[in-house]
Design a protein around this ligand. Structure first.
Ligand SMILES: [Zn+2]
Length: 307
């Protein structure tokens, strides 16, 4: 059986919000079983949590924002992705600002933070959402779907005709039963064309964007001196985002995700469509013999220690 998980002790990080440009402090704290991931705007003294749930999404322009009708928290997807990767179910997130800090633009700093805090298995079984029928959402020629699969697999097709993008693989496909989220996905950074930055900034987005937190691309080249972290870093970052957006379902999916030109908006619509179509999935726990359902980085801790 896989148990629910939280972290052992509080940890914090300070960084800037990529869209607001503001300096923010985020503190992750242990939380009790069945409480899920909850965000608190402690800068506002807010007692009401913002639940990390797909039906709490209020904006998907360039990042995913959630709210509770009173307050909002922006850019939750990379933290949510890291939580999925390490199998964290329950967490309290205190935020001194309106946006989760972007740090290096990937999920790796959150992975590091959670690993530094230590992971604690709790005395309650984890529930999964098992996809039993294909669910698909479309917008123009872009689409995203979830289909039955015994484990978790994710594929993404990135489509952009640009001299830089054309030099790298535009597709990433990972079966997490035998490949590691931490090693192969978590380090993929956000990216964007410098030529589109002015437009985004005119809408008060990307105000904190820099080569410290994104891969910047001009007409012909990558501007970051260090180059790419993976050859398929662009497609992998889109997978990282989709994993984080889907983790707003409140639990891990057993199934296969496929995205074609999709982004935060379609990821959220896919999650909402799934919640609506209750005949297309069921809740299950995992028991002995279900090892195929454990992702590479999320195996029972005792088992990991004795291995
Ligand atoms: Zn992202």
């Amino acid at each position: 059986m896989l148990r629910q998980r939280t972290i052992r002790r509080p940890v914090h990080a300070i960084g800037i919000g990529v869209h607001s440009g503001e300096k923010v402090r985020v503190t992750l704290r242990p939380a009790e079983v069945n409480s899920g991931v909850r965000f608190y705007r402690s800068d506002l003294g807010a007692a009401e949590p913002i639940m990390a749930r797909a039906n709490r999404v209020t904006d998907t322009t360039l990042s995913t924002t959630i709210g509770n009708g009173q307050h909002e928290v922006a850019t939750v997807e990379h933290l949510m992705s890291a939580l999925w990767g390490l199998g964290i179910d329950n967490l309290r997130v205190d935020l001194q600002g309106s946006e989760i800090p972007i740090l290096d633009g990937s999920a790796a700093p959150f992975v590091y933070l959670i690993q530094s805090a230590g992971i604690e298995e709790q005395n309650q079984a984890r529930q999964f959402i098992r996809i039993t029928k294909t669910i698909e959402v479309r917008q123009g020629d872009a689409w995203a779907r979830l289909k039955p699969f015994n484990g978790f697999k994710a594929s993404y097709n990135f489509v952009a005709d640009h001299p830089v993008y054309n030099r790298y693989p535009k597709r990433a496909s990972i079966n997490f039963a035998n490949r590691s989220y931490v090693e192969e996905v978590s380090r993929a950074r956000s990216f964007g064309l410098v030529s589109e930055l002015d437009t985004a900034q005119a809408f008060n987005k990307c105000l904190g964007s820099s080569l410290h937190n994104a891969v910047g691309i001009d007409e012909f080249s990558i501007l970051n001196e260090e180059g790419l972290r993976y050859e398929d870093e662009f497609a992998k970052h889109k997978l990282l985002d989709a994993i984080g957006d889907l983790y707003l379902l409140g639990t891990t999916v057993i199934g296969e995700f496929e995205g074609y030109k999709s982004g935060h908006g379609l990821n959220n619509r896919l999650a909402l469509e799934l919640l609506k179509r209750q005949e297309a999935w069921d809740y299950v726990g995992t028991g002995a013999g279900d090892e195929s359902l454990w992702t590479q980085d999320v195996r029972p801790l005792a088992g990991a220690l004795s291995a």
